[in-house]
Design a protein around this ligand. Structure first.
Ligand code: ADP
Length: 480
């Protein structure tokens, strides 16, 4: 753990951190107890007043210095991420640079937090109003294992820029890169106690959410865990942002740049071995181009060769890493079996890699499915792995109706050059974002967050920065 600017042993049970690509044990961490969480929150609370009072230009400078120091140690952090998460080095590099971009975006924004002025009526004497923005104090950040670094930066950047201090709890399976980031941040000049890390699983997260001094919780994870978290945070009236599950629809119309659509849907769905919240997970392709779409996409995904993230296959093969845990792989196997038992057909892949056995890494051959029953688990649940169901549609109306026929509302996309169709999709798809002829990608500049069962609140953009402070009004009288 990392508390108040130094390593903290922790008092709970030990936990082995395992490389999902090789089965090797990388390190051991300790599950944080209530006492460990309390120590981290106390350190964060003690550091909060001074950090909030620190000149914003100085806060910005320190955050940029942290990003510079991380950049200098990129190869070590990236290697740690590959080892503990399983993703290929190319993808880990992408994640690392996205983290840096996010931190720098909010470092720049630290000097731009603004309140407002309001003229007031004078019946009680002349007065004016000020609307101030004040940090919460201690923010609890709970992070999953699929993007340990970017999903940390999405919370750490705006929280620190707005003048809060942070206690982060990484996933129990990917704490090592986060601990490195915390140590480097301290060495780069972030004051002690401003950024603390407690390791551990759900019980540790629960203790963080339930600590009365934590006034703001930022969470990314599954919808089920988000609901559980609300049971604790709700009665305590905490401010909460929840980035939860998704089952993004992607719609392909006949006038689209089909090759561009195929390439970007491929990257979006199979990046990170499909373990992405904002990926295209249900494809609705117009009947006129359906066969060509399925044939071309399936031949592209046959190039994937599952394997350890540190190695590269020979061209034209592409590396896809392992599923992060055996449980994730087994869930995908169940979802696929549910669909194929009910008549779905796998055009390619969609199974555990032949010959791979327990302990060798949780490798899965990416799949593409057609004729998937709309009530099967592959269609109704979030699919957090490299399998894409594709359905044929006859009209935009049908596509939008089916796109919205889900409990989720995270992302969505449409591929077309028809301005009216674009306008329709942008207005009528129920989701936090609609990409038009673009990869499903979370830009630092654009507010991102789901509707329906996909969550509450936003990450990214100045909108997320605003969610890390509270408004306070002041009426100033006695002017005459
Ligand atoms: P995933 O399915 O991606 O693992 P989870 O929602 O289970 O997503 O986990 C996301 C994060 O939430 C992890 O850091 C996990 O340890 C933490 N977590 C799990 N259960 C709870 C809980 N009851 N309260 C707070 N945090 C939790």
């Amino acid at each position: 753990m990392w508390i108040n600017g130094s390593g903290h042993p922790g008092s709970g049970d030990g936990r082995e951190i395992v490389n999902p690509g090789t089965g090797a044990t990388l390190d051991t961490t300790v599950d944080g107890t209530g006492d460990d969480v309390a120590a981290a929150v106390e350190a964060a609370a003690a550091a909060a007043p001074e950090w909030a009072a620190t000149d914003t230009t100085k806060r910005a400078k320190i955050l940029h210095a942290v990003a510079d120091a991380l950049q200098e140690q990129s190869s070590d952090i990236v290697a740690t991420l590959v080892a503990e998460q399983g993703k290929p080095t190319l993808e880990a590099n992408g994640e690392f640079h996205h983290m840096l971009a996010g931190l720098r975006y909010y470092a720049d924004a630290a000097t731009k937090v603004r309140g407002t002025y309001q003229d007031l009526p004078s019946q009680f004497g002349p007065a004016y109003g000020l609307i101030l923005r004040r940090p919460f104090g201690v923010v609890g950040a709970i992070i999953p294992w699929n993007f340990p670094l970017t999903l940390l930066a999405n919370k750490l950047g705006p929280a620190l820029a707005a003048g809060n201090t942070v206690v982060a709890k990484p996933s129990e399976t990917t704490p090592l890169s986060t601990l490195k980031v915390a140590q480097i941040a301290t060495e780069a000049g972030l004051p002690d106690g401003v950024f603390n890390v407690v390791t551990g699983a759900g019980a540790t997260g629960q203790a963080l959410v339930g600590h009365p001094e934590v006034r703001r919780i930022a969470f990314t994870g599954s919808t089920a865990t988000g609901q559980k978290l609300m049971e604790t945070a709700g009665p305590m009236l905490k401010h909460v942002s929840l980035e939860l599950g998704g089952s993004d629809p992607t719609i392909v119309l006949p006038d689209a740049d089909l090759d561009g659509a195929i390439k970007n849907i491929q990257i979006g769905r199979y990046w990170n071995a499909g373990q992405v919240c904002l990926a295209p997970k249900r494809a609705f392709v117009h009947a006129d181009v359906f066969d060509e779409f399925v044939e071309k996409l399936s031949s592209r995904i046959q190039r994937y060769e599952p394997g350890d993230g540190t190695t590269k296959p020979d061209k034209p093969h592409l590396r896809i890493g392992p599923m992060h845990t055996a449980a994730q792989r087994d869930l995908l196997v169940e979802q696929v079996a549910d669909a194929t038992d009910a008549g779905a057909e796998m055009v390619t892949g969609g199974h555990v890699v032949d010959g791979s056995s327990e302990g060798d890494g949780h490798f899965y051959q990416p799949g593409l499915a057609v004729n998937v029953p709309t009530d099967s688990r592959l269609a109704t649940e979030e699919v957090f792995g490299p399998v894409l169901p594709v359905w044929s549609i006859d009209s935009l109306d049908e596509a939008i109706e089916r796109a919205n026929d889900t409990q989720f509302g995270l992302g969505s996309s449409i591929w077309t050059t028809d301005a009216a169709a674009i306008q329709r999709a942008v207005n009528d798809i129920d989701a936090g974002i609609t990409w038009v002829n673009q990869l499903h990608y979370g830009y630092d500049e654009m507010p991102f967050g789901g509707t329906k069962m996909s969550g509450l609140g936003k990450e990214h953009g100045l909108e997320a920065l605003a969610e890390y402070s509270e408004l306070k009004s002041s009426v100033v009288g006695g002017l005459a």
